[in-house]
Design a protein around this ligand. Sequence first.
Ligand code: 5AD
Ligand code: SF4
Length: 471
Amino acid sequence: MPNSQSEMELQSQQDFVDQVREIMAVRAAHQPPLAHVWTYGCQQNVADSQKIKGMLQEMGFDFTDSPDEADFILFNTCAVREHAEDRVFGNVGALKHVKTRRPSVIIALCGCMMQQPQVADRIRKSFPYVSMVFGTHVIHRFPELLFEALTGGKRVFELPDRQGEIVEGLPVMRESDFKAWLPIMYGCDNFCSYCIVPYVRGRERSRSSDAVVNEAKELVKAGYKDITLLGQNVNSYGKGLPEQVNFADLLERINQIPGDFRIRFMTSHPKDATHELIDTMSRCDKVARHLHLPFQSGNDQILKAMNRHYTRQQYLDLVSYVKEKIPDICLTSDIIVGFPGETYEQFLDTLDLVRQVEFSSLYTFIYSPRGGTPAAKLPDPVPHEEKAGWLNELLKVQEGIAAKRSAGMVGSTVRVLCEEMGKNGEMCGRTSGNIIVGFPGKSEMIGRFAQVHITSSLNWILKGELVELED
Ligand code: 5AD
Ligand code: SF4
């Protein structure tokens, strides 16, 4: 049940929903009015965009992939690396001609990037055709903000740096009818020294376990087969809630929901991944055999400078425990190469850890300085090209590991959720461990589980033949 504050917030927005619908019915170039929503960055942003799209739908909008024909354009931005920010600035610049040609279009920006004051200032000064900017803490007030932008005669900048209560009950427009993102908490309290997220997403706050479990039940009832629980650090779920609940308890409760579906979650911080969590994973048959456990660096000094609160050995011990309890686990990780002051020798510790653990895949990043974080003040003498060379070395090692792991699966039969038709006319699905499997199939199979016999492997992708389509 939504709490009373949520209900009040939602009710106060309903008036704006109705008014925007009326305004757009007169003003829009198309009927229904068209919105173009583009999402940068992580799954949390994708989940936020799905809420904004849900609200747009309530306001009578339909959606278009083309900014050129949209009545409303929104970029939901990411601040985690400079490259992501540069792309946003480039793409916002390209919208200038759209506004010149069709002055009635409303251009809006939201998301993590906007929570940085220097970015909001730059938008204010250099991009006058952007008429609406709002931060991560006021998504639930989107109808009100859009109403202001349409009627107030001035640009709307709504960027409070403090979050309020979690607002439950917002509509969600999901793109898929079998795969869903389910946010269980927002914000981050960890302040890893390189990371901007705690500054732009605010402090950790968890949704009540009833709210999460009820949403999961609705998803299962609606036929969803793959539900990913989202949070910057799901392992600290429950802290600060009036109820006594932790992430392992939550997993257990969702696992008890009747139905045939998979539960995934991300991201887990190694310092908070407990044996209780691993034991729960191994016991719960619906929890996917996949654990995303970012270690960032394999060197203790760098881990300390990153403020990660675990050592290389502690990470390796945790991985040993996971492998012992869940032998078919597929581990994935995030790695930062070239943290300020990192030497080649220290990087070799990362490489060595990658060899030891044998991850199924990796998300690798060259360090990107983020203004306002402690790491951005550290001397960073190694040139970018050299870091790129280290990254290449890492990718080569990982390619070999993934190829070896994949080859080891040839001859086995795996359960795959059929997800989409590939360009080559093959069905693409994923195993419980999140490994991609391609096999001859038809689009009618999408959203169903299938047994697939693996016949060959290609780096990290498996190829196979359908044994049986489940019902
Ligand atoms: N530079 C490079 N990578 C970063 N990440 C977070 N901040 C930075 C940064 N400043 C990476 C981390 C994190 C992932 C989501 O993004 O590896 O786990
Ligand atoms: Fe950033 Fe660290 Fe929080 Fe992840 S845990 S969002 S890397 S501060």
